[in-house]
Design a binder for this molecule. Structure first.
Ligand code: M6R
Length: 365
């Protein structure tokens, strides 16, 4: 049932605050501001490293997770798309654990990667939406994302719930390994607890500017997304979402890679969407933005209040989000990215929930 919404995708975008709040309840103790100890089958305190594998949007959630596990838990992360991971003959050790992220829990390549790691003797964790799925069944630990059924082929709420689970797990791992203090845990958990309310506010506020912008975006044939740090996987997720449902060609790049190639493409026909909260990477990303502007590129700037105030560059549009803590920024910044793809596709009249050539669950290699 779509409720008042035109598409399942729209409904799933708008239900994120409520769903994430529910999902977080499984991983954090709101009263004491601590992470709950979840599935004990994986003991993060003793691990030498983590292997993560997944496909599509789930892989991009894993890439954000890599930054978190490395930063907060000081755990080295090896991550790859499952179709490569399964054939890489990656040397692994039973002192590592492996995490597989899958909304459906049935993706063939992800399952094959899981079995590879199992044969190598690693403990297996599944971050899944469908708890009765094959991937969940074959895992030692199950970390449910609790997103409820996702009908739209383009993943939205599963992505932000995967991020919420990965954030919680990386804090839990940090606590277990002594790399996150009690005070740091409390502070980060407080930010996570505030996130649903901020998400609702953002969804309400950005709608008009995104709708206007989508009309302009639908005239272009190519779009480039740039980001640094955890905004880099978001840039790729933005591009994936746009290409899946609007069929506009889009690429997501690490902002620092701009001058190593894609800058050759910059002209007034290819807008550049820059995802840059005012974090420790901001100045560097702005200097990449300057390089785009200097070549006549059109910029769509997705930033926060501090970032909007700090940049003097002329943009085609600026989407200004509230200032939020780093740990929740990827979830908050996912919202404009999802809505932009959604409205652009609606404007172009494509089949948003069932885009051509795509299947919700890819159970063959
Ligand atoms: O069910 P899974 O999470 O394993 O699916 C993985 C990908 O097929 C999926 O995320 C795909 O990329 C989506 N269509 C993205 O919107």
């Amino acid at each position: 049932d779509k409720g008042n919404h035109r598409h399942f995708m729209e409904k799933e975008i708008y239900e994120q605050p409520e769903i994430i709040s529910h999902a977080l309840g499984h991983y954090i103790d709101f009263a004491n501001h601590t992470v709950k100890s979840t599935d004990k089958a994986i003991d993060f305190s003793k691990l030498s490293g983590l292997a993560i594998s997944a496909c599509g949007t789930a892989y991009l959630a894993g890439l954000v997770g890599k930054y978190w596990f490395e930063r907060y838990a000081r755990l080295p992360v090896e991550i790859d798309v499952a179709s490569e991971f399964r054939y890489r003959e990656l040397p692994l050790s039973p002192t590592q654990a492996a995490l597989f992220i899958s909304q459906s829990g049935e993706t063939a390549d992800t399952l094959a990667s899981l079995r590879y790691c199992k044969d190598e003797g690693l403990k297996i964790g599944a971050i899944v939406n469908v708890r009765e799925s094959t991937i969940a069944r074959e895992s030692d630990a199950i970390f449910p994302i609790l997103a409820g059924p996702e009908i739209g082929v383009a993943s939205t709420k599963a992505f932000t719930c995967q991020l919420a689970v990965l954030a919680s797990l990386s804090i839990a791992a940090g606590r277990a390994r002594g790399t996150v203090s009690e005070a740091e845990e409390k502070a980060m958990v407080k930010h996570l607890a505030e996130m649903p309310r901020i998400m609702s506010k953002v969804l309400n506020e950005i709608q008009p500017v995104i709708e206007t912008l989508s009309r302009d975006l639908s005239r272009f044939k190519d779009v480039l997304y740039l980001g640094r740090g955890t905004s880099f996987p978001l840039a790729m997720e933005g591009a994936l979402k746009l290409k899946e449902i609007s069929y506009i060609h889009a690429e997501g790049y690490a902002a620092g890679e701009l001058k190593h190639g894609p800058i050759a493409l910059i002209d007034e026909h290819m807008p550049v969407i820059v995802i840059a909260p005012h974090d420790r990477f901001f100045e560097k990303t702005v200097s990449n933005m300057q390089e785009v502007a200097a070549r006549g590129g059109k910029i769509i700037f997705i930033t926060d209040e501090k970032g909007a105030a700090a940049s003097k560059l002329e943009t085609m549009a600026t989407i200004t989000l509230p200032n939020v803590d780093e740990i929740i920024a990827p979830m908050i910044f996912s919202l404009p990215i999802q809505l932009l793809a959604y409205h652009t596709a609606v404007f172009m009249g494509t089949d948003v929930d069932q885009p051509r050539n795509l299947a919700k669950s890819v159970t063959v290699e």
